[in-house]
Ligand binder design. Structure first.
Ligand SMILES: [Zn+2]
Ligand SMILES: [Zn+2]
Ligand SMILES: [Zn+2]
Length: 335
């Protein structure tokens, strides 16, 4: 099977060109030779007892005994920061426009005091607390007039870009809406103008009816392989009832969401050996436009293929496993 598919929301194109391999990991960069070096617990800056090695926490969730369970700290090597100034290189100017200041904030969420690696190793209750911390940080940054968007993400494994294996995720507040979210917003807005409905809600209705790409469903959430997934087993998780902004998520729902995310990741770990992945939250930017037509979601993108010249040159991803076959494999993987 070879076909070019267009993501119904962003318009991004993907070439689905199925190989002959039976398992998603057969395509992969995620082989044994790429296994991340395991850091000894006593050398890990994120473990309990090593707090002095990281900057002071911005926020801590404590248990009854007063020990931290989840900890938010400033990134020691931020991609953006609140005190940035234009570098001297900026003075040289580019031909058409001067560089913008990389103003923003970069935080790390240490998800457990124990030296664990992935969310499959923490409890659903604990993951729900992490999901609440994301919400609280979004809420915090939404009150900063300078910020337009907060990107919550997780890099897991070597190919996912993780540099420390201790379970963590990252939160970057930026003063603009990133291109990936902007293209989804524009697609969703065009659809809403034409049909007066949310494109994500309509997409979900179809996925739940067709079921060929469905991975899991509960009353509140659904997980399905993206129709134009960029990588084998790319899975989206979203609320079944319309909700544009992740900040609207209530505590009870964080529990059901945690349960689903954890199950999807358990399946991926079983199906793909030496799994690497990126978990990305897309939510409504801090502005008033789009509450009717945008719909927050998590994108889980396993990193099983290299991005090479073709992808860089064309912006077109090649996915060697059809989302329908991937969903079937995920459904059949028992956890
Ligand atoms: Zn550790
Ligand atoms: Zn919706
Ligand atoms: Zn998205």
């Amino acid at each position: 099977m070879e076909e070019i598919r267009t993501d119904p929301i962003s318009g991004r194109k993907v070439l689905i060109a199925e190989g002959r391999s039976e398992r998603p990991s057969d395509y992969g960069v995620s082989g044994a030779s790429h296994v991340q070096k395991t850091e000894a617990d006593d050398n890990c800056p994120f473990c309990a007892g090593a707090e002095h090695r990281t900057p002071s926490p911005i926020r801590e969730v404590l248990d009854e005994a007063g020990r931290w369970q989840v900890r938010v700290i400033p990134n020691k090597y931020p991609a953006v920061d609140a005190h940035s100034t234009i570098s001297e290189l900026g003075e040289l100017r580019t031909p058409f426009s001067p560089p913008d200041q990389a103003y923003g904030s970069h935080e790390v969420v240490v998800e457990s005091p124990r030296h664990l690696r992935d969310v499959t190793e923490i409890s659903v209750e604990h993951l729900a607390i992490v999901l609440q911390v994301y919400r609280d940080r979004l809420q915090h940054w939404s009150t900063d007039q300078r910020m337009r968007y907060v990107q919550v993400f997780k890099n897991f494994g070597f190919a996912g870009g993780a540099s420390i294996e201790h379970i963590h995720s990252q939160i970057v507040a930026i003063p603009f809406v990133p291109e990936s979210v902007e293209s989804e917003l524009q697609g969703a807005s065009r659809y809403h103008q034409r049909h007066q409905r949310c494109i994500f809600c309509d997409l979900l209705t179809q996925e739940l009816e067709q079921r060929s790409r469905l991975v899991l469903e509960s009353g509140r959430f659904a997980a399905f392989c993206a129709y134009a997934g960029r990588q084998p087993c790319e899975t989206w998780v979203m609320p079944t009832a319309h909700q544009s902004d992740y900040r609207m998520l209530n505590d009870e729902d964080t529990y059901s969401l945690a349960k689903m995310l954890r199950q999807v990741l358990q399946k991926l770990h079983i199906l793909i050996s030496q799994l690497s992945y990126n978990l990305i939250l897309h939510t409504l930017p801090f502005s008033n436009s789009g509450p009717d037509h945008y719909h927050w979601h998590f994108e889980i993108v396993p990193r099983t293929t290299h991005l090479a010249g073709f992808e860089w040159g064309t912006g077109l991803f090649i996915n060697p496993l059809s989302p329908e076959r991937a969903a079937k494999m995920l459904r059949e993987t028992k956890v």
